[in-house]
Write a protein that binds this ligand. Structure first.
Ligand code: SF4
Length: 409
């Protein structure tokens, strides 16, 4: 597949002109944010944006309606959130958020730091398309489900090399994992060339995985792993291996207000942005953890694993996207508030391709709502699609829906 348009992924230095104003995307490799960085993001959202942070499906952060791009870049640079002007859009690194604290076969936190440094140290890798995704899975199989372009998953004491979301059978030690991933990234660049309109993702190149494996000069040494498609989002009270507590918090529609972000900063503990539009608040003692839940649950963060908010997602819709037929997020919020997001066990009559008014949509199970047929942000795996048309919503049930090219953000 060859694209007819250049990769237009936004960053901090290259804003996207959304229908509601300029949009900036801030890369957060490994998802980790320190409290000082959270405070900077809260201030930036309030002073320079629309007052909210948006969590993306790659564990990054977006600000909408940015008023002063230079000031934003300055503030983020001082906070360590823009360490490279040349490589900012290629730092798409997602790591298992609980790694090193709860379970997993390996601690991938250091590998995320090293991979980020390795990317930034190679001038040529700034040419990677902004859509290329690196995944570092500590063995629990969570971020592997994102089907990154280049990734590793811990298997016992070593790592499986994953390309285009599948196991290559190549096994590497922890000390060589970053080097092999960087070599694979260079191999992908060699394949796609320097054309601005070349392929954005490894899976788009016919025979691309085999060609990259050849450049690595390594033979498959293990039976390819069966990779899962689903996993549990970390939500609620989670005991760390060292006796401290982690809290997993869902963020409805991934929208975090500046005020809530300030409260998160005040906890003064590392907070991780996950690719499931949720947060992981780490290293808490039990008493403070109870206080965090007491304060942040009324502010809208979700600590209950049965919340309907954890089964739904939506694209930007109106007013952020001019292609949208409706304010899809408002429609979905109304459905949640009026108990029309039904338990996964509910059985519903066939939809018969009927178009349904927003206020009558009532669906069961995991579902993604979109403002048009592009279905941006659709999660991988089985999901019911609720798609806006000019004359109402059409429902494609999980067992009937096709999986279109997912537009990542
Ligand atoms: S699915 Fe359509 S309406 Fe929604 S963000 Fe994508 S292009 Fe816009």
């Amino acid at each position: 597949m060859t694209r007819s348009a250049p990769d237009s992924c936004p960053g901090v230095l290259r804003l996207h002109q959304a229908a509601d104003g300029p949009l900036a995307r801030i890369r957060v490799p490994g998802g980790r944010l320190e409290s000082a960085q959270l405070q900077v993001l809260a201030d930036a959202a309030r002073d320079l944006g629309n007052g909210n942070l948006e969590l993306t499906s790659r564990g990054n952060i977006q600000l909408r309606q940015v008023r002063d791009a230079s000031e934003l870049a300055l503030r983020l640079g001082e906070a360590g959130l823009l360490p490279s002007e040349t490589h900012e859009r290629v730092r798409n690194i997602v790591a298992s958020p609980l790694s090193g604290r709860i379970g997993g076969f390996a601690d991938v936190r250091g590998l995320a730091v090293d991979l980020d440094a390795g990317l930034r140290a190679d001038p040529r890798l700034s040419e990677l398309p902004g859509r290329v995704l690196f995944t570092l899975d500590d063995g629990r199989g969570d971020v592997t489900t994102l089907r990154g372009d280049i990734g590793i998953q811990a298997v016992g004491t070593e790592f499986a090399l994953l390309l285009a979301g599948a196991d290559t059978g190549i096994r590497v030690g922890a000390d060589e994992a970053v080097g092999v991933m960087l070599a694979a990234a260079r191999g992908f660049l060699d394949l796609r060339g320097t054309s601005e309109t070349g392929q954005w993702r490894l899976h788009e190149i016919a025979g691309g995985v085999e060609s990259v494996v050849e450049t690595l000069r390594r033979s498959p040494a293990g039976e390819p792993l069966e990779l899962g498609a689903a996993h549990d989002i970390p939500i609620g009270w989670l005991d760390q291996d060292d006796g401290l507590v982690t809290l997993g918090a869902g963020v409805p529609l991934g929208t975090l207000s500046a005020r809530t972000t300030e409260f998160l900063a005040a906890i003064e503990r590392p907070v991780f942005v996950t690719p499931w539009r949720s947060l992981v608040i780490t290293d808490l003692d039990e008493g403070p953890a109870e206080t965090v839940v007491r304060v942040l649950a009324p502010m809208g963060l979700i600590f209950d694993a049965n919340s309907p908010w954890l089964r739904v997602s939506a694209c930007a819709g109106r007013p952020g996207c001019a292609k949208s037929h409706t304010d899809v997020r408002a429609d979905l919020t109304a459905a949640v508030d009026s108990d029309r997001i039904l338990p996964p066990t509910d059985t519903l009559p066939p939809t018969d391709n009927q178009l349904i008014p927003a206020e009558e949509v009532a669906e069961a199970g995991r579902q993604h709502w979109s403002g048009c047929e592009r279905r941006c942000g659709r999660p991988h795996g089985p999901v019911t699609e609720v798609v806006a048309t000019e004359h109402g919503y059409r429902i494609d049930r999980a067992d009937e829906a096709t999986e279109p090219g997912t537009a990542a953000n």
